[in-house]
Each structure stands twice: as structure tokens, then as C-alpha cells.
Design a binder for this molecule. Structure first.
Ligand code: 13P
Length: 253
């Protein structure tokens, strides 16, 4: 954490939830999150539940968003959801380039850069995910992989685009595995990310929020968020349990 930057904890619900379960979860989160400032807590829900999130969260300090966007504005793209549609449902954030999209849906760096640009053009704040696989970490190419993923986005949206984005470092080997990057391991990559942004614009690098994601829990969040370049978290499994999510939010504030 650095006092210059407002912390953010965003839940990524992935493909979980139901109208009933979401209502119960959000009621508890809303109650517990009253102490946090506007823009510091968010939930990224499946598309069909955006209207529910909007109606339950509109009068609260909690923001909401999507887990993916289309790079296109409209047209014959069956099954896709445009950024303008997300704006219609009051989304503030959109996760872009999550490792599950990269690995399971073959999203490459160029597509993720295009999605980031589309989100920015619509006035959404993209949460751009980067991170290495276990094989990449073990072969010592973490810095190179993260640099390549981020460079593709910076090349397209520039420093001004990065200034309006959030970056999330999510080592693939730490997602849903219970294996968290150590605070030092995470900080090392976060510092590299900030240094890479600084090569384009030092001021933007100071201001951009870089979240850590990968098995963040109430028990390890405080230590992670204490690192100087970690500005909050992108939370998977623990975001589905109100008390766990709130404990992580408390650790960031
Ligand atoms: P877990 O917190 O379940 O490891 O998931 C992290 C993640 O992928 C958030 O986007």
C-alpha cells in the first residue's frame, strides 16, 4: 500500500451464483462494507446478474462490474456483450484478460489489448490481468511474460489509458490452488509492473493501482497489502463468502 493510491478489493465471482445466493451474499457484504469509501470495494458478477447487482448496490459504496467484455461495439457477434451494454447496467469495472480467458478461450495479448481499449472507450475501468503459469515461473521467465502481456496493452492504450485502468497481477499457479505468492514474490513482480509503466509515464506509474490475485484470504491479505506496490486484491473463492471477503476488504483499509 501507498497512501497516494486508494486501495481496491474486487471480487471475481467467476461462474458462480444464483439470484437467491447473490441476494444473501450482497446483503451481508453491503452491511459490512458500510465503513469503506466509495470505489474501494467492487464485485464482478456473471452477466445475467448485473441487473441484480445494480439494484442491490446502487445506493451503497460498493461498485460492480463484469468479468469480460467484447472488443466490438455492436454487430453480428452472437453471445457477446458490448461495453455500452455494461454501462447500461451501471458497471464501473470490467475484468479483461483473466488467465482463465487466456487459457480456456484462447484470448491472446492483441485481443486483450483491444478489449482494454473498448472498455476505456465506453468509460469503464478495465481491470487488466497479467501473470505467469507455473511452467513459466519455474523456467525463470516470469518477468518476461508479464512484461510482454502488459506491453501489448500499453502499446494500444498508451499512458493515458493505463492511467484510467487497474492492473491485476495474478500468477496462474496461485489461482484457486490455495498456493499464494509470498508477499516478497508478489511485490517483486508488482514493482516490475510499476517500473514498466514508468518507462512510459512516471506520474501514471505512481498513480495506477496494481492488485494482487491468487488465493488471497483473510489470513494472508494484510501481509500482501502491506507491500509498497500492492494496492489491493482481485479475489476469487473468498469473494463468495461474505465474512471472508469483508476480512480482506478490512485488510486493505
Ligand atoms: P482465487 O482467489 O480463488 O485463487 O482466484 C483468484 C482469481 O482468479 C481472481 O480473479
Amino acid at each position: 500500500m501507498n497512501a497516494q493510491r486508494t486501495p481496491l478489493v474486487a471480487g471475481n465471482w467467476k461462474m458462480h451464483g444464483s439470484l437467491e445466493a447473490n441476494a444473501a451474499l450482497l446483503a451481508e457484504v453491503v452491511k459490512g462494507a458500510a465503513v469503506f469509501g466509495r470505489g474501494q470495494v467492487a464485485v464482478c458478477v456473471p452477466f445475467p446478474y448485473l441487473a441484480q447487482a445494480q439494484s442491490l448496490l446502487a445506493a451503497t459504496p460498493i461498485s460492480w462490474g463484469s468479468q469480460n467484455v467484447s472488443q466490438h461495439t455492436h454487430g453480428a457477434y452472437t453471445g457477446e456483450v458490448s461495453c455500452a451494454m455494461l454501462k447500461d447496467f451501471g458497471c464501473r469495472y470490467a475484468i479483461v484478460g483473466h488467465s482463465e480467458r487466456r487459457a480456456l478461450y484462447s484470448e491472446d495479448d492483441a485481443l486483450i489489448a483491444a478489449k482494454t481499449a473498448a472498455a476505456l472507450a465506453a468509460g469503464l475501468t478495465p481491470i487488466v490481468c497479467v501473470g505467469e503459469s507455473l511452467a513459466e515461473r519455474e523456467s525463470g521467465v516470469t518477468a518476461e511474460v508479464v512484461r510482454r502481456q502488459l506491453a501489448a496493452v500499453i502499446d494500444v492504450v498508451g499512458a493515458s489509458g493505463v492511467a484510467k485502468s487497474v492492473i491485476a497481477y495474478e500468477p496462474v499457479w496461485a489461482i484457486g490452488t490455495g498456493k499464494t505468492a509470498s508477499p516478497a514474490q508478489a511485490q517483486e513482480v508488482h514493482a516490475l509492473i510499476r517500473a514498466q509503466v514508468a518507462q512510459t509515464d512516471a506520474g501514471v506509474a505512481q498513480g495506477v493501482r496494481i492488485l494482487y490475485g491468487g488465493s488471497v484470504k483473510g489470513s494472508n491479505a494484510r501481509e500482501l497489502f502491506a507491500q509498497s506496490d500492492i494496492d489491493g486484491g482481485l479475489i476469487g473463492g473468498a469473494a463468495l463468502v461474505a465474512q471472508d471477503f469483508l476480512a480482506i476488504c478490512a485488510a486493505a483499509n
